[in-house]
Ligand binder design. Structure first.
Ligand code: FAD
Ligand code: A2P
Length: 300
């Protein structure tokens, strides 16, 4: 099937809306960064039983934090979070969904006070049994190749920074645990500050013996480039440029970026370098991938 063929499976969308959200019960909440890291990232699982909230890998969920926004005197706005579990849920039985949420806190530049992000702190502090108003699922294009009409031999290149790993945990789990008929190569480039932030490390290890799984990390505060800069995902892309370019020129290769908004420009720079070395024109190849729905970006 041509890569730009329309989706062949039904995509659930906005089954629950902000004016009629689903009340999900927390099943679990555990930290996925090492205690030695200053970054508190949580894997939080919710029970969806009793509703009809289904989703596909790559979609996001809305969370409505309780309370009133002091500035607007209106209820807090919804925040989106990428779904980190497969459609079967972490228990493999359906009716659950998991998120990967980083606790946001920063010093206000004006007052010097510490400000805690409203929704991320709410989610990170949840306890089993708590209930949360959720909406969604959201997203019709940041989906696995099979949901986009691709053949089962689709190659997938994923580039994540920080919690941008969430959808790729689901993609990789689906590919290597559930979808035995899939045969494509899966490359995952994952950038975090340090090894202590290497989320889901034990899960990646379980796929390491599969020759179709390629994991490349960039620990920005522990590793440096030859030029002495912080090691970022785009530097790792450039290092593997020849292999990536040979995949990208194939019509069954799909590219996904998720995480920090600022990462996209560096990725284009990395791939431009790699394309030049391979005698390819990156802007032209990128445009072709976009036209064929093989280029997907979710940054925030
Ligand atoms: P808020 O109370 O909304 O505060 C955040 C705001 O504070 C920022 O918008 C900015 O204005 C300000 N701010 C933040 N840091 C600083 C700083 N250092 N200096 C000055 N001002 C600052 N997040 C995840 O953790 N995991 C995910 O999987 C995830 N997926 C997402 C998917 C999508 C499609 C989108 C759009 C966003 C996603 N996010 C994810 C981000 C998430 O939606 C929230 O934006 C995030 O959790 C912060 O929300 P909050 O309510 O805690 O912070
Ligand atoms: P660093 O913060 O060391 O500069 P975060 O922890 O904020 O979610 O970030 C995840 C990773 O993304 C960190 O290693 C961070 O590096 C890195 N990063 C920051 N800016 C960029 C960028 N423009 N391109 C790629 N990676 C980036």
């Amino acid at each position: 099937m041509h890569p730009s063929a329309p989706a062949t499976i039904e995509i659930p969308s906005n089954l629950y809306k902000p004016n009629a959200p689903f009340s999900a019960t927390v099943l679990g909440n555990h930290r996925v960064t090492d205690p030695s890291s200053p970054n508190d990232v949580r894997h939080v699982t919710f029970d969806l039983a009793g509703g009809n909230l289904t989703y596909l890998e790559g979609q996001s969920l809305g969370v409505l934090p309780p309370g009133i926004d002091a500035a607007t005197q209106k209820p807090h706005k919804l925040r989106l979070y990428s779904i980190a579990s497969t459609a079967q849920g972490d228990n493999g039985k359906g009716h659950t969904v998991s998120l990967c949420v980083k606790r946001v806190a920063y010093t206000c530049p004006q007052t010097g006070n510490e400000i805690k992000g409203v929704c991320s702190n709410f989610v990170c502090d949840l306890q089993p049994g708590d209930t949360v108003q959720v909406t969604g699922p959201v997203g019709k294009s940041f989906l696995m190749p099979n949901a986009l009409g691709a053949p089962p031999n689709a190659n997938v290149i994923m580039v994540a920074t920080g919690t941008g790993i969430a959808p790729f945990r689901a993609f990789v789990k689906k590919r290597f645990e559930n979808q035995t008929q899939e045969s494509g190569q899966y490359w995952l480039f994952f950038g975090v500050q340090s090894r202590a932030d290497f989320m889901y490390e034990s899960e990646w290890q379980t796929y390491q013996n599969d020759s179709a799984f390629h994991l490349v990390t960039a620990f920005s505060r522990e590793e440096k480039t030859d030029a002495g800069e912080r090691m970022y995902v785009q530097h790792r892309l450039a290092e593997h440029g020849a292999q990536l370019l040979s995949l990208l020129t194939q019509p069954n290769t799909y590219f996904y970026i998720c995480g920090l908004r600022g990462m996209e420009a560096g990725i284009h720079a990395g791939l431009t370098t790699a394309a030049q070395a391979a005698g390819q024109d990156w802007p032209a190849l990128h445009a072709q991938m976009q036209a064929e729905h093989r280029w997907h970006v979710e940054v925030y």
